[in-house]
Every structure is written in structure tokens, then in C-alpha cells.
Design a protein around this ligand. Structure first.
Ligand code: IMP
Length: 461
């Protein structure tokens, strides 16, 4: 039995307990699977390393479901000397016995999806285990044009989106003008819906954004009918019933979120957010199953914080250290290649994220990126107009004026990339992890110390 000496102080329980106390018969060391239904959620502004964690846990799963977002996401999985970048396909795809579902909550650009399937095939992964919900909404050229036009028009307030048409596609979904995967197989309905949308979007783009567009109904119809034909094999009549069956039979099910809590359209730093609900509760809606079924909510936490795109970021570092973290952590967007803004770990965000998601455990990623940092800062409060705020302020104007209040912790100054066992971690690294766990009020179950699949430290539950 693994011996863990470190004590994690968990405030919510009102007592001090060791990880040993948390050992339960449910945990099997040869299995990474935590429990039956597990949601993986990003706790910061995305890019926490969810792809690697999903891939890792997927080994012991029966099904992985992606529940929101679209090809704005970029999930990187490194297997041996191969690096895979997934945008739409769930990160469990590399296990042929694991069913991978693109859920109803996802928005799908079919050209991108087909390209991803082809790329995987070229790399030896047939993607035969992929299923796509008929209820997922489809991204059309006008969604991308609207996204770009909106970002370009200064007065409309730049968000720094990925310009993949994600927002406008969700707008159509909620405005009940959207076209779903299932609609692609009904020529009459598709023509009717497409004609309406082309007229409306053409008008809007031309009159409001001053952009000349020449959409041709027949050619877009033909293009998307071609995509539909190519994807037919993967489309599930009712993906929610697949999920239901898995839940009913107590199969191991993983719900894979994209982006992160602070980019959630309801709970993030609105309006500098994405257009969906990456938070844990979004998984039930985006995959179509009951909250009663959820056993475990695993928060993926990067050991420092990054953000792509515009919007407030209280712990952002200016200059030197930011550049170093970007370089050491390879912090460039997997989708757009944009350099990510880098900052210190934000405990105020962590606390908020833990509450909103109801985290049951943490996967701390990229701990090795901090190997050479002499003094590591952790933000424990914000200072606002002479007051200290411990809770995340929901008011954007207030948040923009907040200054981080830091505590400092000594760095471990030792390479972690080869560590596979918790006991082998330097004491300062253990202390840092303990502080993160204390803030999140959740135990650490996984620690990632490199991009490779095997560079992981597993802690018992
Ligand atoms: P959209 O999702 O393309 O509409 O972009 C909205 C905001 O979310 C922008 O700030 C993007 O940079 C950010 N965003 C979207 N997807 C991701 C992601 O996968 N990782 C990090 N940021 C993202």
C-alpha cells in the first residue's frame, strides 16, 4: 500500500486529515478510473491539460462524451513520439474499445471533423468508435463570417474569439434558427432552413457589418450534403440513449469538458467568455443525462494560470517571468497558435471554480513547468479599493480593478519530469500541492509532470 505522509488540510471538513484516511477499497492501483460517472472540467480559463487527463482516464472507460464547445478547443495528447491535436473528437478516441460520443451540446464544423477523422486514420487510428449526436448543431460559413465581422467591428467590443463561428452557431441554437446534424439528412428541411439563414445572415453581414457576401444556396447545400454523406457512418440516432444505457448498466463513463469554468457563459468573466457551459453541470445538459448519475467531478488545474483572448486576468504577469512560463510550458493556443497570457496561480479563481463545479478531486497539470522558479507566488485574495476580497467578484468593473494579494512559496528547483511516485516529490513541491488542495477544498488525485502519457503521478482516493 502506498504510504502518503503529507497532510492535506481541507477546511470544509473542519478537520485535518491525511490522504491515508481517504484510502478506500474502491481504488485500484492498476486502474486510473475514479468512479463510474466522472466529469472532467477545466477550472481556469481553459488549456489546463484536460486532453491528457481524459486520454489517461479513458483507458478504463467504456464511453467518453464531449459535452460542449466546438473546434475552438484544442486538446493535445502525446503518445510516444506522436502528438495528436484534437478539436472535436473526444480524447478517448485512441482506445478502440471506448465509445467516443460528440454530444448534443457540441457545435460541429463538419469539414473540421472530417479532416480530424482523416488525420487520425492517417496516423493509424480508425475512429470507428466515434458517434455523433443528431442534436448537435452545425457550423456554417455564415457563422464564421459573423464571428470574424463581430471581432473586427470595434464598436461591437472585441472578445478575442477563435473566429471559428462558435458564438454565432450557439446564437442560432438558442434563437431556434439552428441546423442540427440530423437536419443534414432531410434535403427539404435543410434547403428551407438554409435558405432562411442565408437570407438573414446575408442581410446582417451586409447592412450591419458592411461586408459583401455571396452565399449560394445550392453550392452550400451540396457541400453540406457531401459532409453528411461522409459522416453518416458515425451518426447515432439518439446519443442520449447510448449515454443512458451506459449509466444504467453502471459502465465507466467520462464526460469531457472543453474550455474552462472562467470561460463559462453564465459563470465566467462575461462577456469575455465562450458561448457554452463548460462547468460540470453543463455535462448533464450537453450529453443528456441526469445529475443523479454523477459520481466524481475532477477539476483540471494548471499549476499556474494562462488565458487566451481578451478579458480580465488579475494574476497576469508582465514581462520576464511570463515569457519564461510561456516558453517552458509551450503556452501557445492549440487551435489558433496565439501566445497565451501567463500568470501566477489564482486561489480566488480556484475557490470559486471549486464551488461552482463541486469538485471532488483535482488533477494538477504542468507542475514541472515551475521546476526552475525560485519563488512561486499564489494569489490568496484580491485587493479592491482598500478592501481584501476572498471571494471572486462577479462584477466585471470591480474585477478589472482588483490587484492580487500574494503569498510566496519556495520553489523546489529540481526536475520533476521523471518522478512517478508521490513520495519522490521534493518537499517544496508537496507543500505547493497541499496549498492548492487547501484552497480548492478538494484532494489531489493526479499530478502531471510532462506532456507524455506516462508522465503522471497517481494518488489514491
Ligand atoms: P470562442 O469560444 O471562439 O467564441 O472564444 C471566446 C473566448 O474563449 C476567447 O477568449 C477565446 O480565446 C476563448 N477560448 C475558446 N476556446 C478556448 C480554449 O479551448 N482554450 C482557451 N481559450 C478558449
Amino acid at each position: 500500500m502506498l504510504e502518503i505522509s503529507l497532510y492535506f488540510k481541507v477546511k470544509s471538513s473542519g478537520m485535518l486529515f491525511s490522504i491515508d484516511d481517504k484510502l478506500s477499497s474502491r481504488f485500484k492501483y492498476d486502474k486510473l478510473a475514479l468512479m463510474t460517472v466522472t466529469i472532467i472540467v477545466g477550472t481556469q480559463w481553459g488549456d489546463e491539460g484536460k486532453g491528457k487527463i481524459t486520454d489517461l482516464l479513458a483507458r478504463d472507460m467504456d464511453m467518453v462524451v464531449r459535452y460542449q464547445g466546438g473546434n475552438n478547443a484544442g486538446h493535445t495528447v502525446v503518445i510516444g513520439d506522436k502528438t495528436f491535436k484534437l478539436h472535436l473528437i473526444p480524447s478517448g478516441i485512441f482506445y478502440s474499445n471506448v465509445m467516443c460520443v460528440i454530444g448534443n451540446g457540441v457545435v460541429v464544423d463538419p469539414a473540421v471533423l472530417l479532416e480530424e477523422i482523416e488525420t487520425l486514420r492517417g496516423q493509424g487510428h480508425a475512429a470507428e468508435n466515434l458517434r455523433i449526436s443528431t442534436q448537435a448543431h452545425v457550423i456554417f460559413p455564415y457563422h464564421k463570417d459573423l464571428d470574424k465581422a463581430q471581432e473586427k467591428k470595434k464598436e461591437s467590443g472585441r472578445i478575442g474569439t477563435t473566429c471559428r463561428g462558435i458564438g454565432p452557431c450557439y446564437v442560432d441554437k438558442y434563437n431556434r434558427r439552428g441546423i442540427r446534424i440530423g437536419d443534414l439528412y432531410d434535403q427539404g428541411l435543410l434547403r428551407q432552413k438554409l435558405a432562411w439563414n442565408l437570407e438573414e445572415k446575408g442581410f446582417y453581414l451586409e447592412k450591419f457589418y458592411g461586408q459583401k457576401v455571396h452565399y449560394n444556396l445550392d453550392s452550400i447545400l451540396a457541400e453540406y450534403t457531401g459532409y453528411a454523406h461522409a459522416l453518416r457512418h458515425f451518426v447515432a440516432e439518439d446519443s442520449t440513449s447510448l449515454v443512458y444505457e451506459a449509466v444504467k448498466k453502471r459502465k465507466n463513463l467520462l464526460l469531457e469538458g472543453a474550455q474552462g469554468t472562467m470561460l463559462d457563459v453564465d459563470h465566467g468573466t462575461y462577456p469575455y467568455v465562450t458561448s457554452s457551459n463548460p462547468v460540470a453541470s453543463g455535462a448533464c445538459v450537453g450529453a443528456g443525462f441526469s445529475p443523479k448519475a454523477v459520481d466524481e467531478i475532477l477539476g483540471v488545474v494548471k499549476a499556474y494560470v494562462t488565458r487566451v483572448g481578451d478579458g480580465p486576468f488579475p494574476t497576469e504577469i508582465a514581462g520576464g517571468m511570463s515569457d519564461k512560463l510561456r516558453q517552458w510550458g509551450g503556452e501557445y493556443g492549440a487551435t489558433t497558435g496565439r501566445p497565451r497570457r501567463c500568470g501566477w496561480f489564482d486561489g480566488v479563481v480556484m475557490k470559486y471554480s471549486s464551488r461552482i463545479n463541486g469538485l471532488t478531486s483535482l488533477a494538477v497539470t504542468k507542475l514541472d513547468v515551475l521546476d526552475n522558479v525560485e519563488t512561486i507566488k499564489i494569489c490568496v485574495a484580491y485587493e479592491y479599493k482598500g478592501r481584501q476580497l476572498k471571494d471572486f467578484p462577479l462584477n466585471l468593473a470591480c474585477l478589472e480593478q482588483c490587484q492580487p494579494v500574494y503569498i510566496e512559496m519556495p520553489g523546489w528547483l529540481k526536475p520533476l519530469s521523471k518522478v512517478r511516485n508521490y513520495q519522490e516529490l521534493p518537499p517544496h513541491a508537496k507543500n505547493y500541492l497541499a496549498k492548492l488542495a487547501e484552497i480548492a477544498e478538494a484532494r489531489v488525485s493526479l499530478i502531471s509532470v510532462g506532456a507524455e502519457r506516462g508522465q503522471i503521478i497517481k494518488l489514491p482516493s
